[in-house]
Design a protein around this ligand. Structure first.
Ligand SMILES: [Zn+2]
Ligand SMILES: [Zn+2]
Length: 131
């Protein structure tokens, strides 16, 4: 549980964190900004951006590049996890399964690399796009 050791945050940072936690999606900076503006019309883009960076540094949220590499996605789930990514609309769904060690250990040895995240990325079509 991270909530027990959560640091005291500036009001706007707390607002951004709550927005991400209350949302079931994976959000871009633009998504967070739109939602933050709805809650506090005075909040600026830079404030939202800095809040996201700080919250990521504090490991209260996670940041990773989108599948096309164009955006940073912010995720309220901070545990190691993979994603299913829709190739058509970009929707991401959390995947509570990482590649077992017996698969990536031999890969490390073969290529002399060090794996830091065995999280998987599955790609395909989401339920909406399949229709
Ligand atoms: Zn889709
Ligand atoms: Zn996720």
């Amino acid at each position: 549980m991270t909530s027990t050791s959560e640091p005291k945050l500036p009001r706007n940072h707390r607002l951004v964190l709550d927005l991400i936690r209350n949302d079931h999606q994976h959000l871009t900076v633009a998504d967070v900004y739109t939602r933050a503006r709805a809650a506090n019309p005075k909040i600026g883009y830079t404030t939202v951006y800095r809040a996201l960076q700080r919250l990521t540094d504090l490991e209260l949220i996670r940041a990773f590049p989108s599948v096309d590499g164009k955006y940073t996605i912010y995720d309220r789930e901070t545990r190691e996890h993979g994603h299913f990514a829709c190739e058509r609309c970009g929707t991401l769904i959390d995947l509570d399964f990482t590649l077992p060690e017996e698969f990536w250990r031999p890969f490390e040895l073969e290529h002399g690399v060090e794996v830091h995240s065995p999280a998987l990325l599955l790609k395909g079509l989401c339920a909406n796009c399949r229709r």
